[in-house]
Design a protein around this ligand. Structure first.
Ligand SMILES: C[S@@+](CC[C@H](N)C(=O)[O-])C[C@H]1O[C@@H](n2cnc3c(N)ncnc32)[C@H](O)[C@@H]1O
Length: 215
């Protein structure tokens, strides 16, 4: 079998632009996450971004509310970071943290595989057990194969507005064996292990939940 080249985040140029082009309506989600952050993050609280990539979200949040900001990513995109950057695997980094008030984990879980994903869910539950908020975004398989197929095809057509066909097919091939999406019901059952979850956003096969835990 031909050697398969997996998707390598460190090779992505202009990461913020790339993700905004790859996930339709991503900007809308970021605006929403910003609104929840402003309402919920207590001054002097702890905010953690799991899979923070360029760090642009934490950079903007840290300018809005005084607090401790921690970004975790196994890739260092080398951009300016206004926060504590943990350049390591997310499970290792989360295990070193004691508690958090506001946690963001956008489109990172789908790259972990089920065993590491389960560890992250456990760590998030522990981190926020004192009363906090988690926002998780993931690419998922919809419960119905028919709906899933329609979303997938429409997403491919949408991507052709911004990428050429080779770029789309090369990325699709690289994601094979790098991305481990799960069923939406399994994901939402997992979130209940952290706290009380509410779906706040969806675009094609991409969805986000807010998860609250009581004090
Ligand atoms: C699709 S990107 C999403 C980035 C960012 N959350 C956003 O919404 O723009 C996934 C990020 O997770 C990071 N990542 C993947 N596996 C990781 C791991 N095991 N530990 C830490 N970061 C990881 C990647 O380097 C990448 O920056």
């Amino acid at each position: 079998m031909k050697t398969h080249k997996k998707f390598d985040f460190s090779e992505v140029v202009e990461f913020d632009k790339h993700i905004a082009m790859s996930i339709p309506n991503y900007d809308g989600l970021i605006n929403l996450v910003g609104a929840f952050f402003l309402e919920i993050m207590p001054p002097d609280g702890v905010c953690v971004d799991v899979g923070c990539s360029s760090g642009s979200l934490l950079n903007s949040f840290s300018e809005m509310t005084v607090g401790r900001y921690i970004g975790i990513d196994s890739v260092d995109f080398g951009e300016n970071k206004n926060f504590e950057f943990r350049n390591e695997d997310c499970v290792d980094a989360l295990q070193k943290l004691k508690a958090a008030d506001f946690v963001i984990c956008l489109f990172t879980l789908q790259f972990l595989g089920r065993h590491k994903r389960a560890k992250v869910i456990t760590e998030l539950g522990r981190l926020v057990s004192g009363g906090a908020t988690v926002i998780i975004g993931e690419k998922l398989y919809m419960g119905s194969a028919k709906i899933n197929g329609i979303f997938h095809r429409k997403h491919m057509m949408k991507k052709r507005e911004l990428f050429n066909d080779r770029e789309i097919l090369d990325k699709d091939e690289a994601l094979f064996g790098s991305m481990y999406c799960i069923n939406e019901q399994t994901a939402s059952d997992d979130y209940e292990n952290i706290g009380c979850s509410t779906r706040i956003w969806q675009s094609y096969n991409f969805a986000a939940w807010i998860i609250e835990t009581g004090e």
